[in-house]
Design a protein around this ligand. Structure first.
Ligand code: GLA
Length: 733
């Protein structure tokens, strides 16, 4: 018995050593070094990320990510080198690596030793730290980049991998970032769903082992899972307290977030492109650059984390984030594919009548041999359909101009229907397996964007249209299917490059378009929110959050997006989805970038007047919504209502939205305590979007004034217990 106990103890000690301490021992066979340790501290206004080069083994360790420390001196003590900052595979790491490679001599291991680092001013209130690591045996190196945005407390991390070995090296894993935490407990909130049910938040505790959030969908990559997460330390995530990491990957393809809790309850978070079926053959001298992992650490809950990301996104993440946005009337819900020139000109009149900026012509305007009268034909043939549009796009642009409104148009240039001339003429431009039947989704296939000829084609679709019709003022760029039929004729023996090269090729086309058309507003759509990330938003001004526009559903979805994306980028339309009142629909759409997709000619006079007034209200307050700070006050996940507000930077103007959901009989709706105001200022409360008919009972605070102090501690009556009613207050100093 005694012997057994002894054996067990020895066994468990050796296991413990394997797991953690071996990583601290010098590289196999090498003499221990005795260089001084080097601390690399990367700071923002409120957080610190601390790394250490160990003088003992020359490796780079992650020591800390958390609230900003006044000094990093204490980290100089030895013994805190537990977590490799960019763990490799093949030497002594026993857990998931950040990088794994196969050298061309068959050696599957990598060792990364610190070479040098520098931190430079990166303009725009940011610093950029580069840390060069190199394998002592192979000419293989990794540069880790960390851009720290001081004021917004946002970090952007990526890696560049290169080598000068004689032949290509295959890289199997290539993370953008690896972070470590040592907390009591870890809570992960993920945002998943499907078409028309995007961004459902679900929080769960991480336990020992691996949890992965990922996508293997390729093009409409985020249809089931958006590349975002919240990680809360010790406690579940709260809006105004607690330590939370909010992270998102700027990559419009397959992504992977891997959370591994080890036997010591340490957590490693590895983020980047999903390495699934994507081993990459890296040529000597070429650089493999990973996308950016964007994250912020908040010491006061998810509210602050979101405000950090929003402020960062407006300034750095979304194209023209500091500008404004057009309101628009879309015809997709109203007409589908069924329209002609006369119908469209009448919608141009409606756009004007409503007071909206743009008429956005959706799907169905193109293709002649196989007219796009339904979703089974025409994709790929981007010529105006002569029967529907005899005067071409030029006529519509002219008519729009004559009415003082702008003209916008829908395209889906990465796709093709088998019933199209494009398919007939260029079968080699399409992703499909040579010896298997084609698999369709929405009756279509994906073009092989890795082929430069296809890139040229896609560029020309857009550029050709804009050159012929310089009056086009808005584009909706759709992408309605994910990748299957995974085979590119162009890539030949490099099929495992397809997922990655596709996205980089897409970025290449967008880059080229943006250098010619830097300011044109383009909405990013992917059958709803199937492609929402900051890799794409560099090229897009906004995104279509979901095809589901039922306002009750939308409250949850928009709530979900609001954790990571600023209101200016989230397109919300008032449509016929849902049986709620026009007011409710409008109030819900207003919490982001508002638009309409309704049959304006079917509105009653009162409804039309309501819309016109609401649009005028929106134009007056939209700057606060677009650029203000968001405070989520009452979560729809916790109560039968939702309340949120935006406050401008000067704290002189705010907007409060309060939505009652499906309340039970007798349920009371308490006051809402506001946040983010100046306690010493006095604010006037004005209720807006008040219908002039029906059973509407407004909020009871219209016309009153209160101090910020009162509003934040006592609160406002905002809304009733009547299901599916809403109140919007414009709050002005
Ligand atoms: C996708 C989009 C819709 C609409 C249709 C047109 O589903 O999400 O908004 O543009 O395509 O086919």
């Amino acid at each position: 018995m005694k012997k057994l106990f002894y054996l067990l103890t020895v066994f468990s000690i050796s296991l413990t050593l394997n797991a953690q301490d071996i990583a601290r021992s010098p590289i196999g066979g090498q003499q221990p070094k005795s260089d001084p340790d080097k601390i690399i501290s990367i700071e923002t206004a409120k957080s610190s990320l601390v790394l250490k080069v160990s003088g003992r083994d020359g490796r780079l360790y992650h020591l800390y990510l958390g609230p900003r420390l006044s000094s990093t001196e204490s980290f100089n003590q030895r013994g805190n080198e537990n977590h490799l900052a960019y763990a490799t595979f093949g030497t002594d790491n026993l857990f998931e690596p950040a990088i794994r490679v196969l050298h061309n001599d068959g050696n599957p291991s990598l060792e990364l030793i610190y070479v040098s680092h520098e931190t430079a001013n990166a303009g725009n209130d940011a610093t950029l730290t580069r840390i060069l690591l190199r394998d002592p045996q192979y000419p293989f190196e990794v540069t880790l980049f960390c851009k720290a945005f001081t004021a917004t407390d946002v970090f952007e991390q990526w890696a560049e991998i290169r080598h000068t070995e004689k032949k290509p090296v295959t890289i199997y894993n290539y993370a953008s970032s690896m972070l470590h935490f040592d907390a009591e407990r870890y809570w992960l909130t993920q945002f998943h769903g499907d078409w028309a049910e995007e961004m459902k938040a679900r929080e769960s505790e991480l336990t020992a082992g691996i949890k992965i959030l990922d996508s293997k969908l390729g093009s409409r990559a985020h249809m089931y899972q958006t590349p975002v997460f919240l990680l809360s330390l010790n406690e579940k995530a709260e809006e105004n307290s607690g330590q939370v990491l909010a992270g998102t990957l700027g990559w419009s393809g397959n992504f992977r977030f891997l959370f591994e809790v080890d036997e010591k309850n340490s957590l490693r978070v590895i983020s980047g492109i999903n390495p699934f079926a994507s081993e990459y053959s890296l040529q000597p001298g070429k650089v493999f650059k990973t996308p950016s992992m964007i994250f912020t650490f908040s010491n006061s809950g998810t509210g602050q984390a979101s405000r950090n990301l929003h402020r960062w996104a407006i300034n750095h993440g979304v194209l023209n984030g500091t500008g404004s946005r057009y309101t628009l009337l879309n015809n997709w819900e109203a007409t589908g594919f069924n329209f002609d020139e006369k119908k469209l000109t009448s919608i141009l009149d409606d756009t004007k009548k409503m007071g909206l900026d743009v008429f956005l012509l959706d799907d169905g305007w193109f293709a002649n041999k196989y007219p796009r009268n339904h979703d089974r034909a025409g994709l790929g043939d981007w010529q105006e359909n002569k029967a529907k549009l005899p005067g071409g796009l030029g006529y519509l642009v002219k008519e729009a101009d004559a009415r003082g409104v702008k003209f916008g148009i829908w395209i889906e240039p990465e796709m093709v229907n088998p019933r199209s001339e494009l398919y007939e003429n260029h079968p080699e431009w399409i992703l499909k397996l040579p010896n298997r039947p084609e698999h369709y989704f929405r009756n279509q296939l994906v073009l092989d964007l890795t082929n430069p000829k296809v890139q040229e084609f896609v560029y020309n679709v857009v550029d050709g249209m804009l050159t012929a019709n310089p009056g086009i003022a808005f584009i909706k760029w759709d992408c309605n299917r994910m990748m299957t039929n995974m085979y590119s004729t162009y890539l030949k023996d490099k099929q495992s490059h397809l997922y990655i090269d596709y996205v980089n090729s897409l970025y290449g086309v967008l880059e080229r378009l943006r250098s010619k058309y830097p300011d044109l507003p383009i909405m990013l759509c992917s059958g709803g929110g199937g492609r929402v990330d900051y890799g794409a938003l560099k090229y897009f001004t906004e995104f279509w959050a979901s095809d589901n526009t039922d306002p009750l559903e939308r409250i949850y979805m928009q709530w979900g997006y609001s954790y990571f994306f600023p209101a200016i980028s989230v397109c919300n339309h008032v449509t016929s989805w849902g049986k709620q009142s026009l007011k409710y629909k409008t109030d819900v759409a207003m919490m982001g970038k508002m638009g309409f997709d309704i049959e304006v000619d079917k509105l009653t006079e009162n409804e039309l007047k309501f819309c016109q007034d609401a649009i005028a209200n929106y134009n007056r307050i939209k700057d606060v919504i677009y650029k203000g700070d968001l405070y989520r006050l009452i979560s729809p996940y916790k109560e039968n209502r939702a309340a949120l507000m935006y406050v401008n930077q000067e704290k002189t103007k705010a907007v409060l939205f309060s939505y009652t959901l499906n309340t039970r009989y007798g349920e009371t709706i308490n006051r809402v305590r506001l946040q983010g105001l100046d306690p010493d200022k006095t604010y006037n409360i004005r209720e807006i979007n008040v219908p002039n008919e029906g059973r509407f009972r407004g909020g009871s605070e219209n016309g009153r004034s209160y101090t910020g102090d009162y509003l934040m501690n006592v609160g406002l009556n905002a809304g009733s217990s009547t299901p599916l009613t809403s109140v919007v207050y414009e709050i002005t100093e």
